[in-house]
Design a protein around this ligand. Structure first.
Ligand SMILES: [Zn+2]
Ligand SMILES: [Zn+2]
Length: 341
């Protein structure tokens, strides 16, 4: 084989000897300017048509890399980039690449300017337009939900939406509205609202009711909006409530019934949720305290009162077993009750 350009004999690349081939060939190229679209609402960046939550620096590098055009038959073996800010909207990017073409290895350098362009992503334009398919209504039963309860439920709801959003960014809350007795969360997806309302009902002992309204027709199909009403009791698992004036620990909450433990006798009792509409919470979880055990007999424990630090005696309810150096107690109307761990 000989070079069609200089006539030298030897191995050729596209009919040229190595020297002539390398002298006349660029293996990589890039346009002078590359646009980087960012959503001013969620701050995500559009890379290869997908919206991503990454840093500005990563986005600049990724969009520049993506704009590199490699000569046919050649491959990028390694790429490194350097970003310098020209101004907050424009960034110089130098790209250093190792290119391979058959058994040849070359180094090439490129330069481009990445321009930042503001836009709004399709998801955020829906959020801004208050788009929703479903509403989850969170309500207390008889009395209003406390701020703490609202906070806990909202946190649980938000966490599930965030998890769903990791899989599918079209899952979102478009509106949150405080209403008398609770709040309404407007969600972008019926199936997500359905599974979240069921989970909230199970976890917090609430009853879930579903209703739907026909909103429009699209391509000959009926389009519904579905509302999930979650009615929650006033207590949570692990709290102490007053039942007929006696403190009871809430052991577990199911969608129909709640398991309680009488703290005086440590007898369990299972009641339909409907029977517990009126109960009052005596102690939240933070009110259940640790008390150091000083001595123990068959019938009694001598403990240090967690607030006054006096030594006091408490009767052990039948079947009570201690584990460790402390016990959990709740204090109600001067009386100290042992809470099973
Ligand atoms: Zn040649
Ligand atoms: Zn966005």
């Amino acid at each position: 084989m000989f070079c069609v350009r200089c006539g030298r004999e030897g191995s050729t690349y596209e009919s040229l000897c190595v020297e002539c081939f390398l002298e006349n060939t660029r293996f990589t190229s890039i346009s002078d300017h590359v646009d980087l679209f960012t959503c001013y609402h969620c701050k995500e960046f559009q890379i290869k048509g997908r919206w991503k939550r990454i840093s500005l620096d990563e986005a600049i590098r990724e969009v520049a890399m993506d704009a590199i055009v490699v000569r046919r038959g050649s491959e990028l073996a390694h790429v490194r980039s350097e970003v310098t800010e020209a101004d907050p909207r424009n960034y110089h990017v130098r790209i250093f690449s190792d290119v391979e073409h058959g058994d040849l290895k070359m180094k090439e350098e490129l330069h481009t300017i990445v321009r930042l362009k503001n836009t709004v992503c399709p998801r955020c334009s829906k959020i801004i337009g208050n788009y929703y398919e479903s509403i989850i209504q969170i309500r207390g039963r008889e009395r209003k939900l406390s701020e703490g309860q609202k906070e806990r439920i909202y946190t649980a709801l938000r966490k599930r939406v965030d998890e769903a959003q990791e899989e599918n960014r079209e899952m979102f809350i478009s509106k949150l509205e405080e209403v008398p007795g609770g709040f309404d969360a407007y969600l972008s997806s019926i199936s997500l609202a359905k599974s979240i309302s069921k989970e909230l009902g199970d976890r917090f002992g609430g009853e879930v009711k579903e209703s739907s309204t026909l909103v429009t027709q699209k391509d000959g199909k009926d389009v519904y909006r579905v509302t999930y009403l979650v009615r929650l009791p006033s207590y949570l698992r692990g709290e102490v409530v007053s039942l007929k004036g006696k403190p009871h620990l809430v052991v577990s909450i199911a969608s129909n019934s709640t398991k309680l433990l009488n703290l005086k006798t440590h007898e369990p009792i299972n009641l339909p949720n409907a029977d517990l509409y009126e109960v009052k919470v005596l102690a939240h979880r933070k009110d259940i305290l640790d008390a150091v055990v000083l001595t123990e007999t068959d019938k009694e424990l001598q403990i240090m009162h967690p607030v006054s630090f006096n030594t006091i005696e408490v009767r052990k309810p039948p079947g009570f077993k201690r584990e460790g150096e402390t016990v959990k107690v709740v204090i109600h109307e001067e009386e100290t009750y042992l809470v099973p761990g």
